[in-house]
Design a binder for this molecule. Sequence first.
Ligand code: SOE
Length: 384
Amino acid sequence: MANDKQQLRLGMIGTGFMGRAHSNAWRKVSNFFDLEYEPVLQAVCARTEDAVKAFASQWGYASHETDWRKLIERDDIDAVDVCTPNDTHKEIALAAAAAGKMILCEKPLARTAAEGAEMVQAIEKAGVPNMVWYNYRRVPAVTLAKQIIDSGKLGRIYHYRANFLQDWTISADLPQGGAGLWRLDVGAAGSGVTGDLLAHCIDTAIWLNGGIQKVTAMTETFVKERHHNLTGKVEPVGIDDACAFLCRFSNGSLGIFESTRYARGHKALYTFEINGEHASIAWDLHDLHRLSFFDHSDDSLTRGWRSIHVTDGDMPYMDKWWVPGLQIGYEHSFVHQVADFLEGIAKGEPVGPTFRDAQETQEICEAVLASGKDGSWHAVQNRV
Ligand code: SOE
């Protein structure tokens, strides 16, 4: 049915886990948010004809392609969403920028800071709207944490602590390479838990607590060789299976971060805690609709950690969903990101995390990995 909305014709590249998460967000956003722009699922691209055709039909894309270059060349595509493995981000983003398309890229921005810097330069030269999918910023409880910190309720921040723990790669029989398992292949991924998981923790941390100046890290690869699905041979494993680092933030606070895929019993335990002079905040992805808050100015007899159920209409994004008390989940963080992006292009304003914001995370990951190799403190660089 015709309406007065401006259309944003989307070209999605990639049909894996993120292709589904993003497609769901693009499809749902107009049902819940009243925006000037309305996304149209114009085309989806993946290498295998039958599979991409089936994906297009399941998710409601009007057409499909098997070559991403063809999708970018099409003049009925306004925005390109990159949901492919990390080793393809740069090439696709550069081509999309050259074609003047808006670009949304799955995290991490790139495999290395050098690749990321090239992408930032290309995209800024092209002047196209751009964004990177660090979705956890837009979990309402995390956005609420940002509002509380910015209001000054915590006072001076002393400590920032974050973990992202998983256990899915413990088996030495798990191969590397190919669909899903490219995350274990250093050529495709660039790094292991640092780029895949700690990058999320870093993005949230610099958004909530400001820049990081220097880091010292330890990394480990527990399983040194794995069968490679693409070469058919047993190959060395080049990714970090686990990484822990200490850092100093520009505001004087101390940071401690840990990530591993070897924490038996944990599937996606992303947690952070921030301790300030007057108050503390804590959040846990397994209970993502709650924010824990401790306020030292409360009456001493009733003082304690409160668990805020982030579902009320005056809490971030929650007026767009159900009624107070009814919670939302993981997939909604992507819907919020699309909504904010569409609002940004209507206003002509950038929406974070932009490629430049994501490059800051990339530089921190680079310093962490370098420190993991030589064990010394590394200053965070700024290539762009
Ligand atoms: C890895 O298992 C993974 O899927 C990451 O790639 C995602 O970015 C993270 O949100 C959940 O875990």
